[in-house]
Design a binder for this molecule. Structure first.
Ligand SMILES: NC(=O)CC[C@H](N)C(=O)O
Length: 258
């Protein structure tokens, strides 16, 4: 059966159409649904195979990027999201969506006080360019399965720096296979700014929950699904697809297996 994806819309979200295209190219159907329609019960999260919280500037990034939509989701959709995640269904929060999942307490999914947040880039500037990412081979993330070589994906954010409460919390994330993606050099080497665009600890670009079905990442894989989206597509050998498509294809295959 073709998985149907709920792509959440909310004031200030601006990457919902891009996410819908990525899902369709990956073999799913996609519905862009406003958060109010879910909250009012017009649609139910459990009627969908996958949830995407796209990028943008939800509620204008007031009180910090993703904060107000996080409070909204926790207050109005908390039970539905908890059940959806517990069912093992795939959830991806992209950039603003990652900030929302972290600030709503869905990621990293550890019990107790939050151990992770996303905050201002070290440069104190909005950073917008293409970066190279490496999936952590120890990760449990279902979105990055089989992605062994560095991939090239765009970023565009002001508050993408992952901060962790202490070394023990970072070690728990690493040991638990929850570090899904890191910023790397084109050859996979270790980097600093600007290849790590925000100064995130351990060059972390994406985290997953302990079960691996929830991924949050600052880069925008939905903006790297078509060959022509790559900035050098006319000057390099033809790519059959953008590097970001594999994440959506993995999620669709996983959703079909549930
Ligand atoms: N592209 C995005 O989703 C941006 C996220 C958030 N508005 C920030 O600037 O950090």
């Amino acid at each position: 059966m073709t998985p149907n994806v709920l792509i959440l819309r909310a004031p200030g979200i601006n990457r919902d159409a891009d996410a819908a295209l990525a899902c369709e190219l990956a073999g799913a159907t996609a519905e862009r649904v406003h958060v109010n329609r879910v909250a009012e019960g017009a649609v139910r999260l459990r009627d969908y195979a996958m949830l995407i919280i796209p990028g943008g500037f939800s509620y204008g990034d007031h009180l910090g990027a993703g904060k107000l939509l996080a409070v909204d989701l926790a207050h109005r959709l908390g039970d539905q999201i908890r059940d959806f995640v517990a069912d093992g269904r795939p959830v991806i929060g992209i950039c603003n969506g990652f900030q929302v999942l972290v600030k709503a307490g869905v990621l990293p999914g550890d019990a107790g006080a939050p151990s992770v947040t996303l905050t201002e880039n070290c440069s104190a500037r909005f950073e917008c360019r293409w970066v190279h990412l490496q999936a952590d081979p120890q990760s449990r993330c279902i979105f990055t399965r089989g992605i062994e070589l560095p991939i090239e994906i765009p970023i565009a954010h002001g508050e993408g720096r992952i901060a962790v409460s202490d070394d023990a919390a970072l070690e728990r994330l690493r040991a638990g296979g929850q570090v899904a993606l890191r910023y790397v050099a084109e050859d996979g080497g270790v980097v600093e700014y600007p290849a790590n665009p925000n100064g995130s600890l351990d060059n972390i670009a994406g985290l997953c929950n302990p079960q691996g079905n929830v991924l949050g990442l600052m880069p925008h894989p939905e903006n790297a699904v078509l060959p022509q989206q790559h900035p050098r597509w006319t000057r390099e050998p033809w790519r059959i697809a953008g590097d970001g498509l594999a994440l959506f294809q993995n999620a669709v295959a996983y959703a079909k297996s549930l």
